[in-house]
Design a protein around this ligand. Structure first.
Ligand code: GLY
Length: 368
């Protein structure tokens, strides 16, 4: 079978769907091919919108993340109005408790809370905690609900969504993608967008590789101490949902695409969560899962034009995919529509790796 599309997005996770939505809103005809919508990293995340809690240094990455965080309220509102669904966006702030206080001078920073103030904001923290950072502008979204909202919005806007189709090969000549070979025949398009996350290196020699994260969730018993905001500890994060659930993450493992939860991974999460928030031990276990962060050698995404004039890249978002979804979708759609690269994208070009043929091991050796 031979099929064609105006714009073909390869990958049906958060980036693919959100970019498709932006393009469809501009009346473009968009097709998304997804190997497995259920396996996309958007389902595996915890949904933190945490440029500050993640401790990103002043950089173009921090600028990109802060701008994306600021887009969230309007972006979510637009999607919720379109679909009538709730994405669970909650500007609850993030508290980052520490067992060791930072050097003296930073204790006077306005976002540092001494133990007494910290305990007023969040009762039930460990007696080992010596204070913490408070990031009121960091937030969260229910990533699984967001995935449903994005899917529904794309459908409503007329995006053609194909789940269960694997792109096996991207065919190209010296300058252009000529077609993609899939498990459902060949597809041709005017423009292609690659949003295949941790699986990107299956299709192009991009230095993107998986870093596994294991997560779990618990549910509050009736009289449990509740979390009022996200807790982002040095070895763990606890993300409370408004219904009383807490999502706990995450391990960070270089084990390729090795599937499954492991006793070691889950034990690590349970031990760290109970240390930070002892009342956690009385919650009810609910679910375990895992996912693969799309990681690059410098842990920054690969965004923008590619060596092929009709292929755009949006992959490698590592720990910040949910946070970066709105800005990625907006700027990648702008690039597709106008061939204009926003200055914010310049630091994230594939060209920083020299050549798309570079090997992961060689790049890792030189990564900062
Ligand atoms: N964004 C948190 C993580 O990747 O674990």
């Amino acid at each position: 079978m031979n099929s064609s599309a105006d714009i073909l997005i390869i990958g049906g996770g958060a980036m693919g769907l959100a970019t498709a939505i932006e393009l469809a809103r501009q009346d473009r005809q968009v097709t998304v091919l997804s190997r497995s919508f259920e396996e996309a990293a958007v389902h595996a995340a915890a949904g933190m919108l945490a440029p500050q809690a993640e401790g990103l240094a002043a950089s173009s990455m921090l600028d990109l993340c802060l701008q994306s965080r600021s887009m969230y309220p309007d972006w979510i509102q637009g999607l919720e109005e379109l679909t009538g669904l709730d994405a669970g966006y909650w500007p609850c702030g993030i508290l980052s408790p520490l067992y060791e206080p930072p050097p003296g001078h930073s204790l006077h920073a306005s976002d540092w809370l001494q133990p007494e103030t910290l305990n007023q904001r969040q009762p039930g923290l460990s007696a080992e905690v010596k204070g913490g950072w408070w990031f009121p502008d960091d937030a969260q979204v229910n990533n699984r609900a967001l995935a449903q909202v994005l899917y529904a919005a794309a459908q409503q806007l007329g995006v053609q969504l194909f789940d269960g189709i694997t792109v096996k090969k991207i065919q190209h000549d010296a300058h252009r993608i000529t077609q993609v070979e899939t498990t459902a025949g060949d597809w041709q398009a005017q423009t292609y967008v690659l949003t295949t996350g941790a699986w990107s290196a299956d299709l192009l020699p991009v230095p993107v590789f998986p870093r596994k994260g294991q997560l779990l969730s618990v549910k509050a018993q009736p009289h449990a101490v509740r979390l009022n905001q996200v807790l982002f500890g040095s070895e763990i994060y606890l993300v409370p949902r408004q219904g009383g659930q807490i999502v706990v993450g995450a391990t960070s493992e270089d084990v390729g695409f090795a599937p499954h939860n492991t006793p070691a991974g889950i034990q690590q999460l349970l031990t760290a969560a109970t240390r930070l928030f002892p009342g956690f031990a009385d919650y009810v276990m609910e679910e375990f899962w895992w996912g693969f962060r799309p990681t690059t050698p410098d842990e920054l995404p690969i965004l923008g034009a590619s060596p092929y004039e009709n292929l755009v890249l949006a992959t490698g978002h590592y720990r910040n995919g949910i946070l970066l979804t709105p800005i990625t979708a907006a700027l990648i759609a702008e690039l597709v529509l106008t061939q204009t690269t926003d200055p914010l994208l310049e630091s994230f070009s594939w060209e920083r790796f020299g050549s798309l043929g570079c090997q992961h091991d060689a790049l890792t050796a030189t990564a900062t």
